[in-house]
Design a binder for this molecule. Structure first.
Ligand code: NDP
Length: 371
């Protein structure tokens, strides 16, 4: 027992190698993110009428990064299993980094006299609250929108962890059907995320949440390290899947993906052009502002249902022998139920009567005919 604890402490203690890996990663994202070409997308209109500009070059950044890592792995400069070998160490290093970044954001936020909507300081005076939820809406660093930057780092980090786990699996001659399914679903989801990166500019996190520990930690620690739990678990556990289970698993993924992507796309397209066709027909709209066609006419926040099915499909390859690989869908379920309530409250306040009418027309939330 004493020995186990010593080993664990050793594995979790940050080393200079993990610090260097993390710094290189964040530096790459900052430099490549600001110089590589990408579509410039205007964000939501802020309360003072201004709009931030987002450079959506995430897909290019990711492909280039994986290519560069492939080369350094090929010439034996860096081992492809470097991340998988240092999982816990990288986790603690990233955690410390997220605390340091939040402290910095807190201090800069407190001192800022900027009155623009994106940088205005929101100080309640409750230190824990302000540190946790953040002080400024859209803090910038070297021309980069930090919220956009951190979520990008988290999503890419998740893929890098997965790829390193895959390399370790291959190295140990341990590649299973389950691992292939898990990897395949995740890579499709992550590539899709970057393909549609501009949709992020209209999500709750970007438009409504200030940048504090909750988001920084959520983006750079929680996303990459907990969404990959299934991969870590499959490294050490064997699962036999029947053909029927594989087919059912693929169906859950593709159905979930269709709803998730379809719903988010419909809303995004609608906000840009309220007359654009939805499923080949002119959209039904309430009060000129709320979409009642397509997925949004079946249930409010049906995009959350799609995301939940996709999350479930990431865990199903692990079978049902352990609850550990179900951590991600369970967490997402709790988060999205909570978020849906917060968003309902926000929309009820923002849209008033027309939101009440939308609720009457579309009574279901997330899961049609059930909730
Ligand atoms: P949404 O993209 O669902 O955005 C909610 C906003 O959309 C509302 O505040 C309102 O904003 C607008 N809206 C709601 N209903 C309508 C309607 N019928 N017509 C027009 N506009 C409407 O929220 P999120 O940012 O929470 O989620 C985005 C995606 O990210 C989801 O697919 C979610 O599943 C996913 N996600 C994933 C997480 C993960 O950990 N994997 C965590 C959180 C989210 P407005 O004021 O602009 O009208």
């Amino acid at each position: 027992m004493g020995m186990d604890l010593t080993l664990l402490l050793h594995a979790i203690t940050p080393s200079w190698t993990s610090v260097a890996m993390l710094l290189l990663y964040f530096t790459y994202l900052a430099i490549a993110g600001s110089i590589l070409p990408g579509r410039i997308v205007p964000g939501a209109t802020l309360s003072d009428g201004t709009r931030l500009q987002y450079r959506c070059n995430g897909l290019l950044l990711l492909v280039l990064l994986v290519f560069l890592l492939g080369i350094v792995g090929w010439i034996d400069l860096v081992s492809p299993t470097a991340i998988a070998d240092r999982g816990l160490e990288l986790l603690s290093t990233t955690l410390i980094f997220s605390v340091l970044v939040t402290n910095l954001l807190y201090m800069v936020g407190c001192r800022s006299r900027d009155q623009s909507s994106s940088l205005k300081s929101h100080i309640t005076g409750n230190l824990i609250h302000d540190w946790w939820f953040g002080i400024q809406l859209n803090p910038q660093f070297m021309g980069l929108d930090l919220k956009f930057y951190f979520v990008r780092a988290g999503m890419m980090g998740w893929l890098l962890i997965n790829l390193s786990i895959l390399a370790k699996c291959i190295q140990e001659n341990n590649l299973s059907q389950s691992m292939i399914l898990y990897q395949l679903f995740c890579v499709l989801y992550i590539l899709d995320y970057f393909f549609y990166e501009e949709y992020m500019t209209s999500t709750w996190d970007i438009i409504a949440e200030r940048l504090g520990f909750m988001l920084v930690f959520g983006d750079i620690v929680w996303i990459p390290f907990t969404f990959s739990i299934q991969g870590w678990w499959l490294l050490r556990n064997k699962v036999e899947l029947t053909t029927a289970a594989v087919i059912a698993n693929c169906l859950v993924f593709f159905m979930g993906y269709l709803v998730f992507r379809g719903a988010n796309k419909q809303k995004h397209v609608f906000k840009k052009n309220p007359k654009a066709l939805i499923w080949g027909m002119p959209p039904k709209v309430i009060g000129g502002k709320l979409l009642v066609s397509g997925y949004w006419g079946i249930a409010r926040h049906s995009n959350y249902l799609g995301d939940l099915l996709v999350a479930l499909s990431f865990s199903l390859p692990c079978g049902i022998s352990s609850p550990v690989p179900y951590f991600y869908p369970t967490y997402l379920f709790i988060l999205l139920i909570w978020r849906e309530r917060r968003d309902e409250a926000r929309c009820a306040q923002k849209y008033k009567d027309i939101w009440a009418e939308y609720k009457k027309t579309v009574p279901w939330r997330i899961l049609p005919y059930v909730y």
